[in-house]
Design a protein around this ligand. Structure first.
Ligand code: NAP
Ligand code: G4F
Length: 336
């Protein structure tokens, strides 16, 4: 019989790649989706045409309505699906926006995790394995470098503080109730499926739009912040690996390299034979009240225990994103 996975946040960037990964492994995949006035399932639409996607294999994706702010929906879905593994990827995941909706962000990204853990406790099935999508944003201000599982947390945003709570409560429930709960502390990971208001996708889409004559400049905020950027498709494997171990634990997942936002711009524009300095405009509205200046992760524990290592270089990632956005915008232009 197939193993069953329940993914919250299935409509997001990581949810879509994780669904593909688990279907390939033969899982029955269930996803929690929110009610929205217009359907927002572009990233997973292709998974419902399973004949085409999986060569006629009998694999399933099923969606269930629910929300991390609604405990009753979480209990109901877990009782109905009876998953072997739960991947909690749902979150209000935008750092800058978390300053504008701090209470909501804490409700979803922080307390939402506790609601799920309580639902798990209520069904009282100790064999369910749980993955919590943690973030390098927890390291925040002047962390020692590179950051690993022992680096202390000093979050710099309502989002980071919510993820720190989520991490700590997951550890606490693991110890207190002997549940199989893991935190992945993932550094930034990107792809052509990244939402357009995160900096990498904003840059690749903007650079291609400039190349195609659709826009003349690109407004950004802080170009000096450093991030450790990997490819989302590589990172979902690490989530799964954490749940295949005998013991639950927490792991940093990162490339080990950091680059500035400026470096990213320079590379993305140069793939299109453009000089970024001619097109980038600085707009103070994109600066944050408090910034995380420098993130770079040390994933040696994941390498040693999970056998995971980064596969896609910084240059390859940018190339994948620029090429995908070129194809995407060219298609849009032809349709007009
Ligand atoms: P994303 O694209 O923003 O996806 C977030 C998902 O959460 C979407 O499916 C969204 O649904 C869902 N969601 C939001 N609020 C919800 C709620 N109240 N109830 C139920 N579902 C809700 O994020 P991502 O990049 O895939 O990241 C996945 C997870 O990893 C997030 O928890 C994020 O914070 C964390 N993370 C990401 C990174 C990264 O670099 N990508 C790094 C570290 C950690 P809608 O489609 O309806 O909005
Ligand atoms: O792309 P960003 O918005 O990602 P950020 O804030 O690092 O958060 C992402 O990674 C976290 C992992 O560390 C995740 F937990 C989180 O969910 C999310 O996926 O911004 C990256 C950097 C920041 O320093 C920001 O100030 O880019 C800088 N930036 C400069 N101009 C900009 C812009 N960011 C955005 N979003 N938009 C700009 O115009």
């Amino acid at each position: 019989m197939s193993r069953k996975a329940l993914i919250t946040g299935i409509t997001g960037q990581d949810g879509s790649y994780l669904s593909e990964f688990l279907l390939d492994k033969g899982y029955e995949v269930h996803g929690l989706v929110r009610r929205t006035s217009a359907l927002n399932r572009q990233r997973i639409d292709h998974l419902f045409n399973l004949e085409e996607y999986h060569d006629g294999k009998n694999l399933e994706v099923k969606l269930h309505y629910g929300d991390l702010t609604d405990s009753s929906s979480l209990i109901k879905v877990i009782e109905k699906v009876q998953p072997d593994e739960i991947y909690n990827l749902a979150a209000q995941s935008h750092v800058k926006i978390s300053f504008e909706i701090p209470v909501y962000t804490s409700e979803v990204t922080g307390i939402g995790v506790l609601r799920l853990l309580e639902a798990l406790r209520k069904i009282d099935n100790k064999s369910v394995k749980f993955y919590q999508a943690g973030s390098s944003e927890v390291f925040g201000l002047n962390p020692s470098s590179p950051q690993n599982e022992l680096t202390s947390f000093r979050p710099r945003s309502p989002y980071g503080a919510s993820k720190a709570f989520a991490h700590n409560i997951t550890v606490n429930y693991r110890e207190a109730y002997k549940l199989f709960l893991c935190n992945g502390i993932l550094f930034n990971h990107e792809s052509p499926r990244r939402s357009e208001n995160f900096v990498t996708r904003k840059i690749t889409l903007g650079a291609v739009a400039i190349k195609l004559g659709l826009q003349h400049s690109l407004a950004l905020g802080n170009l000096e912040a450093r991030r450790d950027w990997g490819y989302a498709k590589d990172y979902v494997e690490a989530m799964w690996l954490m749940l295949q171990q005998d013991q639950p634990d927490d792991y940093v997942i990162a490339t080990g390299e950091s680059h500035t936002v400026r470096d990213f711009c320079e590379k993305a524009f140069s793939f299109l034979n453009l000089d970024y300095e001619k097109y980038i405009k600085i707009d103070p509205k994109y600066f944050r009240p408090t910034e995380v200046d420098n993130l770079v992760g040390d994933a040696s524990k994941a390498k040693k225990i999970l056998g995971w290592k980064n596969k896609t270089s910084f240059d390859e990632l940018i190339k994948i994103m620029v090429e995908a956005d070129y194809e995407y915008l060219e298609k849009q232009m032809k349709q007009k």
